[in-house]
Design a protein around this ligand. Structure first.
Ligand code: FES
Length: 102
């Protein structure tokens, strides 16, 4: 059964950057894109477990720091010729705070 967790203030996530959080044994990368949208995905690249929170954000994509796979932040899917998927988590913003549905 999923549950909403209050995580942090939206302003604590850098624009075009990310922060990682741990909820239980799940490590989650929270991203903020140029337009201020928030995305939350599992912090593990579907290729060889690179830390996606350390990747480069562009448009609504993060490029993995290890071998440059591009991961769609909305779906968690690898783009281009690569195949694989990482979990995505629903989020909502209330009174300036990010909540994740885990
Ligand atoms: S581990 Fe992410 S591209 Fe290889």
């Amino acid at each position: 059964m999923s549950k909403w967790y209050k995580i942090t203030e939206v302003e604590n996530i850098p624009l075009m950057g990310s922060r990682k959080v741990e909820i239980g044994d799940i490590e989650i990368a929270i991203f903020k894109t140029r337009d201020g949208s928030i995305f939350a995905i599992n912090n593990i690249c579907p290729h060889k477990k690179g830390k996606l929170s350390e990747g480069l954000v562009h448009e609504k994509i993060v490029t993995c720091p290890l071998h440059n796979w591009e991961i769609d932040l909305a779906s968690g899917e690898a783009l281009g010729n690569d195949t694989g998927c990482t979990n995505v988590y629903e989020n909502k913003i209330e009174e300036g705070f990010i909540f994740l549905n885990i």
